[in-house]
Design a protein around this ligand. Structure first.
Ligand code: NDP
Length: 306
């Protein structure tokens, strides 16, 4: 029996599965651990390896096999999931074991830039592996949350051949052959998410510091997310034509940002995010004055109005 086979035959005894799927997970931070649990729950046999051994031991207690070395983890299965802080960790771990990569399928679900992702794919495929890239748009490490999903890209045949094995991880959004595309979408969503989270914390701090009822505010503010969806779609349409806005709207937004800054700073709340926002509108006003026609913030952000 080939221990590296992705579908293992086990004896058809009562209580045993006719066939057992298996894969390896390297990297056991919160995401790697969540994946191991979801895979084991789905009846998949999982081998794990992690730089800090204690995390692998904890997974072994849940039923995972623990490899002693990264090379052993590669040898254990044909399909290898990487869940690491960044792509450098892949080179640190797999570099010394690179002669074990031939014939493997590496699904790197770690975050990094699209360019680093494409370079990583080239590195792995030069060593004889097939490669898939993933970006987890999960609700934190709750990959089983109904709103969690996984962007994937890489060769379609590789995706098609392994989509069922990877299905327990999250809903899949396959984007296409370009290895970098999953990270383009993932990092773009994170750009929004980061600004949203800091903006939300500023909003909470304003209400909290004012002495108003935080729960009452949250109940109202979190009750109408659809209005953001409409802005997203309208601005996306605008982006296709160079962005939204005219001089009046830029001045209105600039003045509005000042009110948020005042409301924040009067209460001792940090308003640096809003100062950054206001600076975009200041630049749009100046660029518009200079050009003699509207220069939307989108053009400044896109790098068209340097
Ligand atoms: P962590 O940063 O907690 O760690 C992931 C793993 O990377 C750990 O096992 C760590 O090993 C390992 N690692 C880091 N650097 C090295 C190195 N140089 N050599 C060997 N191993 C290394 O990540 P998460 O589990 O939180 O996330 C994994 C990926 O998923 C990241 O890219 C993250 O951006 C992304 N992500 C995370 C989400 C979350 O909510 N946590 C949500 C969506 C995506 P050790 O245990 O030894 O430190």
């Amino acid at each position: 029996m080939d221990p590296g086979a992705e579908t293992r035959k086990t004896p058809p005894t009562k209580g045993h599965r006719m066939s057992q799927q298996s894969l390896t997970v390297i990297g056991l931070g919160p995401m790697g651990q969540a994946m191991v649990k979801a895979l084991i729950e789905a009846g998949i046999e999982v081998t794990v390896w992690n730089r800090t051994a204690a995390k692998a031991e904890a997974m072994a207690e849940l039923g995972a096999h623990r490899a002693e070395t990264a090379a052993e983890a590669l040898d254990a299965n044909r399909v290898i999931i990487l869940s690491l802080t960044h792509y450098q960790a892949m080179y640190d771990i797999l570099g010394p074991a690179a002669d074990h990569l031939r014939g493997k399928v590496i699904a790197n679900l770690s975050s990094d830039s699209p360019e680093n992702t494409r370079e990583g794919a080239a590195w792995a495929t030069e060593h004889g592996a097939q490669y898939l890239v993933g970006g987890f748009m999960s609700q934190g490490d709750d990959i089983k949350h109904p709103d969690s999903y996984l962007y994937l890209s890489g060769p379609k045949d590789v995706f098609e051949a392994h989509r069922d094995l990877l299905r327990p991880l999250s809903r899949q959004e396959y984007l296409g052959d370009d290895y970098g595309l999953a990270q383009v979408f993932y990092q773009a969503e994170l750009a929004l998410f980061h600004a949203f989270l800091i903006g939300w914390e500023q909003a909470l701090a304003i209400v909290d510091r004012s002495g108003a009822d935080l729960d009452r505010f949250v109940a109202g503010a979190s009750g109408h997310p659809n209005s953001y969806r409409d802005f997203m779609r309208e601005f996306a349409e605008g982006a296709k034509h160079g962005g939204w806005g005219d001089l009046h709207s830029f001045k209105m937004m600039h003045a509005g940002a000042q009110h948020v800054i005042d409301a924040s700073e009067d209460l001792g709340v940090d308003a640096r995010l809003t100062r950054t926002v206001q600076d975009y509108y200041r630049r749009a006003i100046e660029a518009t004055d200079k050009a003699g026609h509207p220069v939307p913030v989108y053009r400044i952000i896109r790098g068209d109005a340097a």
